[in-house]
Design a protein around this ligand. Structure first.
Ligand SMILES: NC(=O)c1ccc[n+]([C@@H]2O[C@H](COP(=O)([O-])OP(=O)(O)OC[C@H]3O[C@@H](n4cnc5c(N)ncnc54)[C@H](OP(=O)(O)O)[C@@H]3O)[C@@H](O)[C@H]2O)c1
Length: 297
């Protein structure tokens, strides 16, 4: 089969489309014929060798955690899924023709493979950080960097729970944030005042890692009401950095419910064939993805 692989840490040019042995589903796993794979910032952070503690890998390594596809092998002890089912979930080396998943769910009706590949990691992250920041129905949540993959999920899950959201994004994404039910303003000079004019803030999430932790603490009045997923310096200000994934099967089950009720939709910004994985990483690293980018097989 063909898969995207890299033999040394580095820039997008280390990515190669290679011929490789097919993986097989061990106990508790399934294998899918991949139709699409989500492109997450973690993919290029691993490629650069940035986060080896959290994601230890051996070289050469495949790329990609999220995928959707058709089940074609079922490992020992796995129940509730059959060959031919359409599933989405998390595994490893998903930018490939076949990949093994460790967590999955059946795709809801009406979702394309390309769309489905964009959900697993962003929904797990969104559910985790909404829980960790402790925001409740009737309160207001500020989201810095609200138009990307995780932000798109946070905004819609919060709306479903009766939480008011104020989101910051670039000028081109203001209407997008409003379409997801949020109050919107731009980041950049004067943003703290613009947020204040939109309302009082009970809790805040930093999704962009743009160096705004002190301002988020100021706006909420309490470092314990702020969580970051993108700024490793957050703990210097008494703010929690959230980096340990929660239960992916539970997140997928919740995603299926939200998608089926029409309460959650992550748009696909752009699709790329496997041969263009480097271009997908360059575009993701530019830091202005609306929703999710996906590889298609
Ligand atoms: N710790 C964890 O568990 C965890 C999990 C998932 C993701 N992450 C990290 O969290 C970050 C977000 O992930 P993602 O998948 O949502 O990324 P993404 O889809 O690439 O989105 C990035 C977003 O950041 C916005 N942005 C860029 N510059 C900004 C600024 N100065 N201020 C505010 N927003 C800005 C962009 O908005 P505009 O286009 O509107 O400018 C864009 O929509 C990444 O760094 C990722 O590595 C961490």
């Amino acid at each position: 089969m063909r898969k995207v692989s890299f033999a040394e840490f580095g820039g997008p040019d280390v990515l190669r489309l290679v011929d490789a042995e097919e993986p097989h589903a061990g106990p508790g796993r399934i294998r899918i014929a991949v139709r699409a794979a989500g492109v997450n910032p973690v993919d290029w952070r691993i490629r650069e060798g940035q986060i080896l503690k959290a994601h230890p890998i051996e070289l050469p390594s495949g790329v990609g955690l999220d995928a959707s596809g058709v089940v074609d092998e079922i490992g020992e002890g796995v129940e509730g899924v059959e060959v031919g089912d359409h599933v989405f979930g998390e595994g490893s080396s998903t930018y490939a023709e076949f990949a093994v998943l460790s967590a999955w769910a059946r795709m809801p009706e009406g979702l394309t493979f390309e769309e489905a590949a964009g959900y697993p990691s962003v929904v797990e992250t969104a559910l985790r950080i909404i829980r960790e920041v402790g925001v409740r129905s009737g309160q207001t949540l500020l989201v810095s960097g609200a138009s990307g993959g995780v932000g798109s999920a946070v905004l819609q899950i919060a709306r479903d729970r009766g939480i008011t959201v104020i989101g910051t994004a670039g000028a081109a994404n203001q209407d997008y944030l409003r379409s997801l039910g949020a109050l919107a303003t731009t980041y950049g000079e004067g943003w703290v005042e613009r947020v204040r004019r939109l309302g009082r803030v009970d809790a805040a999430l930093d999704l962009a890692g743009s160096g705004v932790i002190p301002e988020l603490v100021e706006l909420t009045g309490d470092p314990q009401k702020v969580v970051s997923i993108a700024d490793l310096g957050a703990p210097e200000f008494g703010v929690r950095f959230s980096g340990v994934a929660g239960s992916v099967p539970e997140a997928l089950a919740e995603a299926v419910g939200l998608i089926s009720r029409g309460r959650l939709h992550i748009p696909v910004e752009k699709s790329y064939p496997l041969a263009e994985a480097a271009a997908a990483h360059i575009d993701s690293q530019a830091g202005h993805t609306r929703g999710r980018r996906v590889m298609v097989v």
